[in-house]
Design a binder for this molecule. Structure first.
Ligand code: COA
Length: 142
């Protein structure tokens, strides 16, 4: 993987870059409706954007309730370990913030990705925006 950097910040700081990625991945590629993609959590979440040189290639957000969401890597950059490095960065920050766990609502195709990071499935699958999801959680040892 080329040299990457990960920036953490508010929506005000990172929205310009995060929006481009989420627009391409969720709205264009996965056909999620814009009104479902953009919500009030963005204004209060901690956002992450991954850069190669100055190009934004991936994003995610972490909510107050320990929920990680909107995890997206640009299609051209997948399978290179970017998603893993981004998730490991968020997990590390969540541990430093002494959160008890992190959780997420995983699209079913991404279950093995999150399992490889230590997340475990909780409960049955359900539809969200027409896509099958399942809840997953990673509990930190105290
Ligand atoms: N299904 C199964 N395994 C997957 C996977 C998938 N969809 N995506 C990645 N993996 C595996 C890889 O094989 C790799 O395993 P390895 O380390 O043993 O080789 C590991 O997970 C890490 O892969 P990585 O290259 O870091 O993943 P990525 O950068 O391609 O990012 C996603 C993974 C899911 C974030 C990316 O595919 C994506 O943005 N998808 C579209 C948006 C999306 O569905 N987001 C998730 C919403 S819950």
């Amino acid at each position: 993987m080329s040299q990457i950097s990960i920036h953490a910040g508010s929506w005000q700081d990172l929205q310009a870059d995060a929006k481009v990625i989420r627009e391409a991945v969720f709205i264009q590629e996965q056909a999620i409706a814009p009104e479902d993609e953009w919500d009030q959590e963005d204004a209060v979440a901690l956002h992450f954007v991954v850069y190669i040189a100055k190009q934004a290639i991936a994003t995610a957000r972490l909510l107050e309730n320990h929920s990680i969401g909107r995890v997206a890597v640009l299609k051209s950059q997948r399978g290179l370990g970017v998603g893993r490095v981004l998730m490991q960065h968020i997990i590390q920050m969540a541990k430093q913030q002494q959160r008890p766990w992190v959780k997420l609502s995983a699209q079913e195709h991404a279950i093995p990705f999150y399992q490889s990071l230590g997340f475990q499935v909780e409960g049955e699958s359900y539809l969200d925006c027409g896509i099958a999801h399942v809840d997953m959680r990673l509990v930190f040892e105290s």
